[in-house]
Design a protein around this ligand. Structure first.
Ligand SMILES: [Zn+2]
Length: 97
């Protein structure tokens, strides 16, 4: 399972990983793997239309100094990919004698 986490969010990747491990143990998905991708924060300036990325949550346009900035990427948690493997169930369907 692959999850993209926007860097703007307060969701700490370690917390997500901890929850995933807890669920997978409880539900018996022992071999499930979680891949976390941190998405950088990208913004768009409403004054000069510049697009730029942010390393810190300081919403000021580096080109014109405006604070009228819109976040266009890096927000939210997205499930980007999920892979499932079906185990061989032939033993479960044996009819016996
Ligand atoms: Zn600007």
């Amino acid at each position: 399972m692959e999850v993209t986490v926007g860097r703007l969010d307060a969701v700490v990747p370690e917390t997500l990983r901890f929850l995933f491990d807890a669920i997978k143990t409880e539900r018996g998905f022992g071999s499930a793997a979680l891949s976390l991708i941190e998405e950088p924060v990208e913004c768009w300036c409403r004054i000069c239309s510049a697009e730029f990325s942010l390393d810190e949550p300081v919403f000021i346009c580096p080109y014109c100094g405006s604070t009228r900035v819109t976040v266009i990427k890096g927000r939210g948690v997205t499930l980007t990919r999920i892979e499932a493997e079906v185990e061989d169930e032939s033993t479960q369907y044996q009819t016996g004698d």
